[in-house]
Design a protein around this ligand. Structure first.
Ligand SMILES: [Zn+2]
Length: 174
């Protein structure tokens, strides 16, 4: 087993994290341009996974709406493990900025009456969508206090605080 991987998140101990959270995964400076990559973790790794249809709809909604709030979003893409998303932004950005952008964008998700770009012309798998499922996970993320979104690891919470975290959504909650 490699001691250090090239991919930053492979070096993260996923058993220690407490989702949801927002975390800087990487900062790169290339030819004088700085970009910041964030780990936007929605579900507890190895415990809960966003179904592919809801994840796909969340991707469309977050990728489209986040750009209404910031001109510096370069990319927003789902993680293959279906526990969250990566957000890449232009500039050296603080975690608070990404958390605030996510909160505003997820509030847009709750108000959405359709998934943007959901057609055979605009999407590579347009039948695989679930707007209500996307709202369920958006609501779960938003039900956590902004200050708690900045807590990444289990030890950042007291045992009592962990007790007060909201339950995970289930498909039957729709
Ligand atoms: Zn699509």
């Amino acid at each position: 087993m490699a001691d250090r991987y090239n991919v930053e998140s492979f070096n993260l101990d996923h058993t220690r994290v407490a989702a949801p959270y927002v975390r800087v995964a990487d900062v790169k400076e290339l030819n004088g341009v700085t970009i910041t990559k964030f780990d936007l973790r929605f579900t507890q790794p190895n415990e809960r996974f966003i179904p592919t249809d809801a994840l796909h709809s969340l991707e469309h909604l977050l990728a489209e709406n986040s750009r209404n709030h910031s001109d510096e979003v370069l990319d927003l893409s789902p993680m293959g493990c279906r526990t969250g998303f990566y957000l890449i932004m232009h500039g050296k950005k603080r975690t608070e900025e990404a958390a605030r952008l996510m909160i505003r964008t997820l509030q847009d998700v709750l108000k959405a009456d359709r998934v943007p770009g959901c057609s055979p012309v605009h999407c590579g798998n347009y039948r695989d969508h679930d707007l209500e499922g996307a709202k369920l996970w958006a609501r779960r993320f938003l039900s956590v206090r902004e200050s708690d979104l900045l807590k990444v690891f289990r030890e950042d919470y007291t045992a009592e605080e962990r007790e007060t975290l909201p339950d995970w959504p289930r498909r039957s909650d729709v």
